[in-house]
Design a protein around this ligand. Sequence first.
Ligand SMILES: C[S@@+](CC[C@H](N)C(=O)[O-])C[C@H]1O[C@@H](n2cnc3c(N)ncnc32)[C@H](O)[C@@H]1O
Length: 473
Amino acid sequence: MPPTRHRRGSRDGNRRPGGPRHTGRPQDLVRRTAFDVIRAVATRDAYANLLLPARLRDRGLTGRDAALATELTYGTLRGRGTYDAVLALCSDRELRRVDAPLLDVLRLGAHQILATRIPPHAAVGTAVELARTVSGPGQAKFANAVLRKVAGRDLDAWLAIIAPPDADPTTRLSIAHSHPKWIVSALRDALGPDRDEIDALLAADNARPRVTLVARPGRATVDELYEAGAEPSPYSPYAALLPEGDPAGIAAIREGRAAVQDEASQLVALALAETPLDGPDARWADLCAGPGGKAGLLSALATGRGARLLAADVQPHRAGLVARAVDDRAGVVVADGTAPAWRPGAFDRVMVDAPCTGLGALRRRPEARWRRGPEAVAELGPLQRGLLAAALDSVRPGGVVAYVTCSPHLAETRVVVDDVLRARQDVESLDSPAVLTSAVPGLTGLGDGPHAQFWPHRHGTDAMFLALLRRKD
Ligand SMILES: C[S@@+](CC[C@H](N)C(=O)[O-])C[C@H]1O[C@@H](n2cnc3c(N)ncnc32)[C@H](O)[C@@H]1O
């Protein structure tokens, strides 16, 4: 469901972002900015987390106005499934017959009415004005009628109607937590024996993610990040949490010595680096490195140990971003990881962070859940298998491969590993949870092995998957 439920009685104009100034030009610009980003997500596949900061800058929105625009954009994108179910009951027109821009205005209005402390009359009034600008006076009347009905109940009362306890469980969870049904089913399957945690997982997907920073070892320290206002993070020795403020305000981040990086993303890189290895340990590779989160940490760890990272990405633009993240000792190439240009067995450690549906990062990319259907999983399968097979060929006997996805979907994780390993006799699965807990004492809840699965509701991280695989001697 939308991240926060604010009850009617608790609405307090003075405490919400932008609270007292719910009318007037700055607030129009705030809502218009949220609307424009939501439309760009729908019409040109824009990523809200990339476009919104640029729009805020262009329009000079800062502080509370920027915070409100961010909340409205993300909240509306996240809560769309729930809001559509409410809007369908309040509209005398089927939603599929409502013009797409107008429907986005209605969603933005529903979010403000049901999940923020903005007074309903202000939420309806500003949405109606936006509808007038976007779709004309006739549609503004329609928007007014619909949103006044939405405002007739609070979110809990609507949920009792649209997602009643006796509804089919997948449908109920899908509507109440605003996830497409196929994703609810896939996440429940991925939880396996812990499937009763599905409610907590879906709720965690809708919570605002913490901003986690990484201090790249040898280049920055967590103490430096603490001095800049960050706080300790539970697991990664290189992580710090930024409770508020712009990461770009921190010198180490501006200078590329530190970065924003999810904690599980740090830990899977650390696990690859910490897997025990006999023999040489000088040549590391990252086959899918762009934009460089894991490569940045791996290159720093490699350098600290006298090893060297080669980071590859098939897209030149993304390889360019990698070049900014890694240290001087690392190499960066534009290369197709499925058709390596290097000789077989050239590396001691290889990371393959495969392209995936991103179902593990719904907190940070709220729109991803609406963008593609289950067919995306099948479409990515051959590439994921090709990259893992090439990674295993690229590592020497005795060397180790980390297969990572930012998705817990079984068809992108265990099934890929099982399929690739079934076709060859020269690979063994290592105990990934054991490697992780030996590197990070106190880290639990990663599953029974041999592979490891992080979860937003357990670890406060993305739902990242890790399989550590060793080429047999
Ligand atoms: C999940 S992202 C990697 C994220 C990255 N490891 C990080 O931590 O920032 C997957 C990357 O794989 C790249 N990619 C897709 N197909 C590839 C291929 N055949 N060879 C190499 N890279 C590929 C994409 O361009 C994308 O940058």
